[in-house]
Design a protein around this ligand. Structure first.
Ligand code: SF4
Length: 251
């Protein structure tokens, strides 16, 4: 999952927009997420993992890297090290070899070993289930903690990554200057019954339709509702369920 780069995000550089409240009323937000839910009834993240521990590791490795690149490295890694104990047994040097295709891999290897140690000493080898405890792990910030809470433990949490930050500001759903501000606004404006999946709906919408360089508005199911000054089309794409999500695999 790529980090948020505040200054370079299209649609996020206007201080006026950042200070405003959501441009949408409750009925409009309901309709936006109803359409996302029809398109993708069961959205899922694209980071491969086999248990909460491997999810923590995958998310920690994904800063400033693509999910595809992380999956390529973690597939063989998790085959040999899918618990904190096995990760420690593998050791930092061999771990580095597995992840050396990922940016910042030296530092990330250190963090993964350190967080494995802490999981064993402080949490009995189990991944904790609260944000506060998760954030005590080396290399785990609020965004990583939210991903783990949502994906591993089924809690409604929104991890504001580069896609969510861009969309929230571009379409003025939850304008904010920082990821924390956007997260708080999204948690307020999104109807409770859509909160659990909202994280993935927004990420996938940003990754595949409302893209950073040029939003593909002609393929967008909320084009008629969208209030972005950047939109190029008012006609919504047909609202149909998309084929089952295929997690991209690096060659
Ligand atoms: S209409 Fe365009 S700008 Fe608006 S959400 Fe859809 S893709 Fe993004």
């Amino acid at each position: 999952m790529k980090n948020v780069k505040l200054k370079s995000l299209p649609g996020s550089s206007k201080p006026k927009a950042a200070a405003k409240r959501s441009a949408y009323g409750p009925a409009e937000v309901e309709e936006i997420f109803r359409r996302f839910s029809v398109q993708r009834p069961e959205p899922r993240g694209e980071l491969e993992h086999v248990n909460p521990f491997t999810l923590v590791v995958a998310v920690a490795l994904s800063a400033q890297a693509t999910d595809v690149g992380v999956n390529k490295a973690t597939r063989p890694l998790f085959a040999v090290a899918d618990t904190p104990e096995k990760m420690l047994a593998l050791g930092e040097d061999r771990l580095r070899d597995f992840i050396k295709t990922i940016g910042l891999y030296r530092n990330k290897a250190k963090n993964v070993i350190a967080l494995s140690e802490k999981l064993i000493t402080d949490f009995g080898g189990e991944v904790p289930r609260t944000r506060e405890e998760l954030m005590t792990l080396p290399g785990v910030g609020r965004k990583t903690a939210n991903v783990v809470l949502q994906m591993a433990f089924g809690q409604a949490a929104i991890a504001v990554d580069t896609h969510i930050f861009r969309i929230a500001n571009r379409i003025r759903l939850a304008p904010g200057k920082t990821p924390d501000e956007v997260e708080a606004k999204l948690m307020r404006v999104i109807p409770k019954h859509y909160l659990y999946h909202a994280h993935h709906w927004l990420i996938l919408h940003g990754r595949y339709v409302c893209k950073a360089r040029r939003p593909e508005c002609e393929r967008c199911v909320i084009a008629d509702l969208c209030k972005s000054p950047e939109k190029t089309c008012d006609i919504p794409a047909p609202l149909v369920e998309l084929p089952p999500q295929v997690v991209p695999v690096a060659g």
